[in-house]
Design a protein around this ligand. Sequence first.
Ligand SMILES: Nc1ncnc2c1ncn2[C@@H]1O[C@H](COP(=O)(O)OP(=O)(O)O)[C@@H](O)[C@H]1O
Ligand SMILES: [Mg+2]
Length: 249
Amino acid sequence: MTETGAPLVVVENVQKHYGDFQALTDIDLTVNKGEVVVVIGPSGSGKSTLCRTINRLETITSGEISIDGNPLPAEGKGLAKLRADVGMVFQSFNLFAHLTILENVTLGPIKVRGLKKADADKEGMALLERVGVAEQASKLPAQLSGGQQQRVAIARALAMNPKVMLFDEPTSALDPEMINEVLDVMVGLAKDGMTMIVVTHEMGFARKAANRVVFMADGKIVEEATPEEFFTNPKSDRAKDFLSKLLTH
Ligand SMILES: Nc1ncnc2c1ncn2[C@@H]1O[C@H](COP(=O)(O)OP(=O)(O)O)[C@@H](O)[C@H]1O
Ligand SMILES: [Mg+2]
């Protein structure tokens, strides 16, 4: 495991309501530079909501979130900049269907970072190389397998030079034989020192790449531990119950 640095993502006393329903309660979480945190927990426990508040796709009811020392701005220019600092990969790859693989990766750099097309293409090809789909650059998303599309989605997020990458169940929609090709790319990113918050139930990934596992239930962080501690000796009944169900599948 690589050494981790100063705090990069700081979530303090965050509450999030959807109407009357409280989706996040008293969330405190600090992720250091270079750290990989796996978030795990039952369906409906608030994992996606946490990711979406960090990326500011959702507003919070109260509390504070900062990225690299900058508090999340409400809106406007600062928000666009913040979004560029936070790369996000979802369960559904959401590539632009009418753009080629390379164009999917270069769109943001050209439109948001202001790169010239030739420079964006060069960077984009290097990223496609890194995730192992460079040969597919001129194809359309529908011509690629799910695993290949998800790797393109990772390259697209990386193209914005994010400070932190959020992954929300990135392999849940994939056929089993494609899961590892995506996890391998993520393990590579982790080894390269990328700061990552990863919602996943892939214990192999957690054991291989995570510095810490955060277990959520009912909108709260119930337990935090190293992967080894968490999987072999969970403390809370909620975590024990959750893990026993996970292991029997
Ligand atoms: N846009 C929304 N409006 C109302 N309730 C929501 C919304 N998004 C999520 N929720 C609720 O918040 C809770 C947490 O959801 P979510 O963050 O998606 O959990 P998880 O990702 O852990 O499955 C769930 O009870 C869900 O129904
Ligand atoms: Mg979710």
